[in-house]
Design a binder for this molecule. Structure first.
Ligand code: ZN
Length: 160
């Protein structure tokens, strides 16, 4: 079965950044997603179309199809107490920022005693990403998965 709208896809992946550093990979098990439901970034979803179990390939994803371009206006200064971290904060650390809309990941560009300079772009914004992919299994989504908009099962979405 080829990957099409409403397929549930099981895969292994290794994600590398611009410089070839591995920044993420599927755990011991595999990763599961519902195709066509925007569970994954657009550039990767496009690359997965029509692939089949056993296929091994590398997908390059430009920032526009990944986590967006870096916006230089997203630098700001915030009180240290709004950041969630343990130990000593240093430039390059990715930490959670408490906002009125909840928490979000930000990158520290400079840590002071009371105030930190942070970059609120997504940590992967501006990066051309490279995914090494192996398709393990492709099946049709269940009615329940379709109504939830995500895949269920090991490596997929879990409900309490
Ligand atoms: Zn669900």
């Amino acid at each position: 079965m080829q990957i099409e709208q409403n397929s549930v896809v099981t895969l292994h992946y290794t994600l590398k950044d611009n410089d070839g550093n591995i920044i993420d990979q599927s755990d011991d098990g595999s990763f599961l997603y519902l195709h066509g439901a925007m569970n994954i970034i657009p550039g990767l979803e496009t690359a997965m179309s029509d692939k089949a179990p056993g296929d091994v390939f590398t997908a390059a994803v430009e920032p526009e199809q990944g986590y967006g371009l870096r916006d230089p206006n997203k630098a700001q200064r915030v009180p240290m107490k709004h950041l969630v971290f343990k130990g000593k904060l240093k430039a390059g650390d990715v930490v959670q920022l408490n906002t009125e809309q909840g928490t979000r990941a930000v990158t520290v560009t400079k840590a002071g005693r009371h105030v930190a300079e942070i970059d609120t772009n997504h940590p992967l914004a501006g990066q051309t990403l490279s995914f090494d992919i192996e398709i393990v299994e492709v099946r049709a989504a269940s009615a329940e998965e379709l109504s939830h908009g995500h895949a269920h099962g090991a490596g997929g979405h879990h409900h309490d």
